[in-house]
Design a protein around this ligand. Structure first.
Ligand SMILES: Cc1cc2nc3c(=O)[nH]c(=O)nc-3n(C[C@H](O)[C@H](O)[C@H](O)COP(=O)(O)OP(=O)(O)OC[C@H]3O[C@@H](n4cnc5c(N)ncnc54)[C@H](O)[C@@H]3O)c2cc1C
Length: 545
């Protein structure tokens, strides 16, 4: 009997369990699965059910599932089950609408806590119906270390070591979850009402922190019949100064189009990548990859190309702070209008969406090997641009942000990328991109720039030790398929999947979506095909070269 250990059972570990069970139902093998997860409930990970309701998912609910379908995994076996939308509907989940609570719609952004309840339910459902020959145990303990062995791997607990034929490490955001400012709102309790707070970074973490410091402190967003939003302050909120590097706010997620299939790409194609690859020096991001990306976006944008280019290439200097702030507002209003028109009508939003639709092209560029400096540039500047364009908040969050500007609760910093300097026992933001300089004093600097898994051995001892244990440079400690590389340079039977692989491969932070090819699930199938002779490699499809 094959022994599989799964270390960390949040959504990704749950997906590993789902794939093992789907294959085991074909009756081809017997397996013991040990699920190492200190939390009481399996599958939940960082989507704890005790989070405040105002912390919302950035994915619409019909795009999240703990199960599988033929489009996700090709010819491999599937496990039928409801996606989050279907589950929420069946369980009578209601959401706030302008006229009071209403039934869930497929394109709602539900509270993260609701996803947590769904994942917990899904884990229970999978475990209720184990195929013959499968034994699953929940080991409610934190793993200290995982060691590749000659055959298989060793799972090190505080007081014992257990062997397995295959160890899949899915420790995600680590034992303590994402770093400061999480957990919300507790981590921000000490920020006093009226304090001036520089919120550094305006991505999804910042949106969460802003929600915690406003609605989380008793403020209310009131929607009028004409669709405008006004903020009614509670008096307990601080004053927020939003700081980021590029200067623009993130783009709002557009209204999705049901059943939409992205068009075939014209420029962002694997054959184009091969054409521009220059031998062993690797791909150069700016020279080889970005021109293809931009050509695709401009092609899809048609007449709205100038707007798209303005988003991609923000101005680097401004006359003064007020012209900068007015431009940020105008840009956000324009983006919001297009987000409301949605992917069905807005060519501007469809052009930005290219960065999401053609994610596999970007992954292939990373897999094909970016040259050293390009890799750093990709995971820094370029990934931040992608996040700003298509991993933004739901449009209501941007409406609310504009309402906070109007209510005087929030304002933009003095231009893009100001210097953050000490000023006595306070801090100052000093403009660097304004012709007419401005300086803004703040009491607190709140960094909202990282939702990255940590290198900190306290937070994720397993991955930190695996990384340093290989002695290889950061991008090389696991293979393209997630296998930890042994001292002889060969892939071991310890495999790391999900967020800890960010930097080796691209975009590993998500819960799988139904109805389209799922790299998360296909990656797992490929791992199983390598280690379980009964899983045919041909069905667990190849990653494109
Ligand atoms: C604030 C935030 C919001 C997000 N919102 C969304 C969203 O809306 N939609 C979306 O698709 N994605 C979202 N994500 C991305 C997120 O990465 C995925 O949703 C998902 O949580 C990844 O699953 P995971 O199982 O890899 O990691 P996690 O959810 O972090 O789960 C990892 C599990 O491993 C366990 N573990 C860790 N170390 C050990 C150890 N040493 N021993 C044993 N167990 C261990 C942990 O206890 C945890 O249960 C968000 C991420 C963040 C940070």
């Amino acid at each position: 009997m094959t022994r599989i250990a799964v270390v960390g059972v949040g959504p990704r570990g749950l997906a590993v369990l789902e794939r093992v069970l789907a294959w085991a139902r074909t009756g081809r093998f017997a397996v013991t699965v040990d699920l190492y997860e200190p939390a009481e409930h399996l599958g939940v990970g960082i989507h704890g059910t005790d989070q405040p309701e105002y912390l919302l998912l950035n994915t619409v609910c019909a795009q999240l599932t703990a199960f599988s379908d033929a489009e996700m995994v090709g010819d491999a076996p599937t496990t039928t089950g409801p996606n989050l939308f279907e589950w929420a509907r069946a369980h009578g989940v209601r959401v706030d609408g302008p006229d009071g609570p209403r039934a869930v719609r497929w394109d709602d952004h539900l509270p993260r806590a609701t996803l947590g309840e769904y994942l917990r339910w899904a884990a229970g459902t999978l475990l209720e119906d184990l195929p013959a020959g499968v034994e699953v145990r929940h080991v409610r303990r934190a793993v200290r270390e995982v060691r590749p062995a000659l055959h298989g791997g060793r799972v090190v607990l505080d007081d014992e070591v257990r062997d397995a034929d295959l160890v899949v490490v899915t420790t995600g955001h680590g034992l303590a979850g994402p770093e400061h400012p999480y957990p919300l709102p507790d981590a921000l309790e000490e920020i006093a009402p009226g304090a001036r707070v520089a919120v550094v970074g305006t991505g999804l973490t910042a949106m969460d922190a802003i929600a915690a410091l406003t609605v989380g402190r008793g403020g209310r967003h009131v929607r009028a019949a004409d669709g405008t939003t006004a903020y009614v302050a509670s008096g307990a909120e601080p004053h927020l100064v939003l700081v980021n590097r590029t200067g623009w706010l993130p783009c709002a997620r557009p209204v999705p189009q049901e059943g939409r299939r992205p068009d075939e790409p014209r420029f962002m194609r694997e054959d184009q990548l091969r054409r521009v690859a220059h031998g062993s020096s690797g791909l150069d991001l700016r020279r080889d990859v970005e021109p293809l990306v931009e050509a695709e976006m401009v092609h899809v944008a048609g007449e709205s190309a100038p707007d798209v280019l303005r988003v991609l290439h923000p101005p680097t200097s401004w006359p003064d702070a007020s012209s900068y702030r007015a431009a940020v507002r105008r840009r956000a209003v324009h983006d919001l209008r297009e987000a409301r028109r949605g992917l069905g009508s807005s060519s501007y939003k469809r052009a930005l969406e290219v960065l999401r639709d053609q994610r596999d092209f970007l992954r292939s560029a990373v897999d094909a090997g970016l040259s050293g400096a390009s890799r750093t540039d990709f995971f820094g500047r370029f990934a931040a641009t992608v996040n700003r364009c298509v991993i933004g908040p739901q449009k209501e969050r941007i409406e609310e942000l504009l309402a906070l500007f109007d209510a005087g609760v929030a304002t933009m910093a003095p231009g893009p990328d100001p210097a953050v300097v000490r000023s006595g026992d306070r801090w100052a933001l000093e403009s660097r991109r304004l012709e007419l300089p401005e300086r803004v004093e703040v009491d607190v600097v709140l960094r909202c720039t990282s939702s990255w898994p940590s290198d900190d051995p306290e937070r994720d001892p397993v991955v930190a030790r695996l990384r340093t244990g290989t002695g290889l440079e950061p991008g090389r400690w696991v293979s393209r398929d997630g296998a930890v590389v042994g001292p002889d340079g060969r892939a071991t039977a310890v495999v790391v999947l999900g967020p800890p692989c960010e930097g080796v491969s691209y975009y590993n932070h998500y819960v799988p979506s139904p109805g389209s090819s799922s790299r998360a699930l296909l990656d797992i199938d490929r791992v199983l095909a390598t280690h379980l002779p009964a899983v045919p490699a041909a069905v667990a499809s190849e990653r494109p070269e």
